[in-house]
Design a protein around this ligand. Structure first.
Ligand SMILES: [Zn+2]
Length: 448
C-alpha cells in the first residue's frame, strides 16, 4: 500500500480552567445577535471533485473547530476518548475529527459536566472538529437488551417487532413522544425525547450533532418500519425546532450543526421517502443510519445520495470493515465512523495490506519487524511485533495503545488514498488493488 504523508496534526487544546456556561434559559437573545438560521452559515460544506461513473466525491466540511477534507474517516471516541489513545496520538495518526456518543456521556459523567467544561473538545483536550451520535442507537440497543451488536441479518423470519435477545429483559420502550430506557450501567430509568436529546447534545457541545431517531432492525415488519419512519420524521421536526431554540438561547456558544438521520431499513421506497422528507427540513447535513446489511450497504447509500441535496454532507453511521469504506465512498458517503480499529486492537488483531492478523500467534515471538513494513505510524516506526506480542501475552495495557494507533492509521491512510484517487480519477484502480490484496487470503508475508 502506498504512502501518504500524515495529516497535519491538530495542536492539542491548551488547558483552560472550566468556564461554567450559561444555562439555556439564562441567556437573553439580544437584537444584534444573528438568528439561528443565519448562524447556520458558521457551518459549511463545499463539494470538490466528482468521480465519473460513481457518486464518489471530495469536499470540505467547515466547522468552528476546523475543516474536514472528505471523504473522511471519523475516529470513534464514544466516552470522550478514543480508547487507549491520547489526543496527541489521535492527531498523529491523522484523524481529522472524533465522534462521541450522547447516550454514554449523558449517563456518565453527565452532559452538564461537559457543558461546564466548555464542551466536548475542551473537556477531552481535542482541538479539532467533533461529532456526537444522538444516542438513539444506544438507547434502543444497549437499553433494550438486544445483543451487543444488533443482528442485521434477514435470514430469520421477519415480522417480530419485539426482538429481545434471549434471556434479556426488554429495557427500552418506544412511544410517539420518546423512549423510556434503563441505564446499562445501573438500571436507573431515563427518558429520551427529541427535545432531551437536543439539550444533551447542545450541552456536550460537539460541532456536528444528529437528530434523535428510532432504530429498527431488519426483523421488524414492513408495517412497523412505516410507523417508525413516520415517528422519526416527526421527531426530526421536533429536533430542528428545539435545536434552533437552543441555538438562539445559547448565542454565546459556537454554532453546532444538526444532521437529520435517514432510516427505512432495507426498503428502497422508505429510504427514498425519508430522504425527501428530511431534505425539506433545514438540516445542515444528513446521517444514514439504521438497519443495513453489509451486502446492501452500497445500494442503500446510493439511494440516499441520489435523493439528498448535493450541497449537504452525508455521514454513514457505523461501518465495520475496510471494504465497507470503499463501498461507502463509491456510493456517495462523505464521512463515516467505525469502532473496529480500536475494538479489534484490544483483541491483539492488526491490519495489514494483506488482511487482518492476530499478534497472539507464537510465530510473532521473535518477529522483530514492524506490524506493517513501511507503515509511517508511531507504532511501526518505534516497535516490533515481538515486543507488542510480549506486551499482549503479559497483559500489558500498552499493547492496546500501540495496536490501536497502527490500526487507526491504517484506516485513515486508506481513506486519504481513496480521497486522492477521486481527485486523480484512479479510484476504481485503487479499490481493485487494495481490496484484491486485502482479501487474497494469503498468509502474513512478514510473519511467515
Ligand atoms: Zn503502523
Amino acid at each position: 500500500m502506498g504512502m501518504t504523508s500524515p495529516a497535519q496534526p491538530a495542536a492539542p487544546a491548551p488547558l483552560h480552567p472550566a468556564s461554567p456556561g450559561a444555562t439555556p434559559e439564562a441567556t437573553p437573545v439580544s437584537e444584534d445577535v444573528p438568528s439561528s438560521h443565519a448562524r447556520q452559515s458558521e457551518f459549511g460544506f463545499t463539494v470538490g471533485s466528482r468521480l465519473e461513473g460513481a457518486r464518489a466525491r471530495t469536499g470540505v466540511i467547515r466547522t468552528p473547530h476546523g475543516e474536514i477534507a472528505t471523504p473522511a474517516f471519523i475516529a470513534v471516541g464514544t466516552k470522550a476518548t478514543v480508547k487507549a489513545v491520547t489526543p496527541e496520538a489521535v492527531a498523529g495518526f491523522g484523524a481529522q475529527a472524533v465522534l462521541a456518543n450522547a447516550y454514554h456521556l449523558y449517563l456518565q459523567p453527565g452532559s452538564d459536566v461537559l457543558d461546564a467544561a466548555g464542551g466536548l473538545g475542551r473537556f477531552m483536550n481535542w482541538s479539532g472538529p467533533t461529532f456526537t451520535d444522538s444516542g438513539g442507537f444506544q438507547v434502543m440497543s444497549l437499553g433494550s437488551g438486544f445483543k451487543k451488536v444488533i443482528d442485521m441479518k434477514t435470514t430469520t423470519p421477519s415480522g417480530s417487532d419485539d426482538a429481545v435477545a434471549p434471556g434479556k429483559e426488554r429495557l427500552a420502550n418506544v412511544d410517539d413522544d420518546g423512549v423510556w430506557f434503563k441505564s446499562h450501567l445501573n438500571g436507573d430509568t431515563h427518558r429520551f425525547t427529541p427535545e432531551v436529546s437536543m439539550n444533551v447534545q447542545h450541552q456536550i457541545g460537539a460541532d456536528i450533532m444528529f437528530a434523535f431517531d428510532e432504530l429498527t432492525t431488519l426483523h421488524n415488519s414492513r408495517a412497523y418500519q412505516e410507523e417508525s419512519l413516520e415517528r422519526t420524521r416527526l421527531w426530526a421536526e421536533r429536533c430542528i425546532k428545539e435545536h434552533f431554540r437552543l441555538t438562539d438561547s445559547r448565542a454565546d456558544r459556537e454554532y453546532q450543526a444538526l444532521f437529520g438521520v435517514i432510516q427505512g431499513a432495507q426498503y428502497e421506497d422508505l429510504r427514498r421517502k425519508a430522504c425527501r422528507d428530511l431534505a425539506e427540513m433545514p438540516f445542515d447535513g444528513f446521517g444514514i443510519g439504521g438497519a443495513l446489511e453489509k451486502e446492501n450497504l452500497g445500494t442503500i447509500v446510493g439511494w440516499c445520495a441520489d435523493e439528498l441535496p448535493e450541497d449537504k454532507p452525508r455521514h454513514l453511521l457505523g461501518i465495520s470493515e475496510p471494504d465497507d469504506i470503499f463501498t461507502a465512498i463509491e456510493n456517495g458517503a462523505d464521512t463515516f465512523d467505525c469502532v473496529s480499529p480500536t475494538r479489534v486492537a484490544r483483541n491483539s488483531a492488526f491490519y495489514t495490506p494483506h488482511g487482518r492478523f492476530n499478534l497472539s500467534g507464537q510465530r510473532y515471538r521473535t518477529d522483530f519487524t514492524p506490524l506493517q513494513a513501511g507503515c509511517d505510524c508511531y507504532t511501526c516506526t518505534h516497535y516490533t511485533r515481538a515486543y507488542i506480542h510480549h506486551l499482549h501475552k503479559a497483559k500489558e495495557l500498552l499493547s492496546h495503545t500501540l495496536i490501536s494507533i497502527h490500526n487507526e492509521r491504517f484506516v485513515v491512510r486508506m481513506v486519504d488514498e481513496a480521497r486522492a484517487a477521486i481527485e486523480t480519477g484512479t479510484f476504481f484502480a485503487l479499490k481493485e488493488r487494495v481490496m484484491g490484496e486485502y482479501y487474497a487470503g494469503n498468509p502474513d508475508p512478514q510473519g511467515a
